[in-house]
Write a new protein. Structure first.
Length: 138
């Protein structure tokens, strides 16, 4: 499409227009467009988040998602999901942090406060720490 600027820089006029594409049209290119990739499906996003938390290799995760869903995904998509899951842990609000820690299955969380209810400390123990004395051969 070729345009020219008209009268006092206010209007554009179409001079010529070509209906032919100036690039190759391929299904592979279309599948790689952001709206066609697997990152729009919430169930796949949840699966990716869980895999990222388990520190799965990104290339293997990409291959698995592509083979199970048939949709394409890029390593950058996985990287973006990783960044978004990290945002959940960047809160500085003590209440949010304590709520998150208390939701961890099998863990213990206690808040230490003084007589005026001012924060003094936080105790957190993960579930695997409870198992260590039981597994000690002594």
């Amino acid at each position: 499409m070729y345009l020219t600027l008209l009268k006092e820089w206010k209007y554009l006029e179409v001079q010529r227009m070509s209906k032919e594409h100036n690039h190759i049209l391929r299904k592979e290119f279309y599948e790689r467009l952001p709206r066609q990739r697997a990152t729009r499906d919430q169930s796949i996003m949840k699966e990716m988040e869980e895999a990222i938390k388990l520190q799965v290799n990104h290339k293997l995760l990409k291959e698995k998602i592509e083979s199970t869903t048939g949709k394409k995904i890029t390593l950058k998509d996985i990287s973006n999901v990783k960044q978004n899951t990290r945002k959940d842990f960047k809160t500085s609000d003590l209440k949010d942090v304590v709520e998150y820690l208390q939701k961890q299955a099998g863990s213990t969380t206690d808040i230490l406060t003084d007589s005026d209810n001012n924060f003094k400390g936080l105790f957190f123990q993960e579930k695997y720490v409870f198992q260590v004395p039981r597994n000690d051969p002594r």
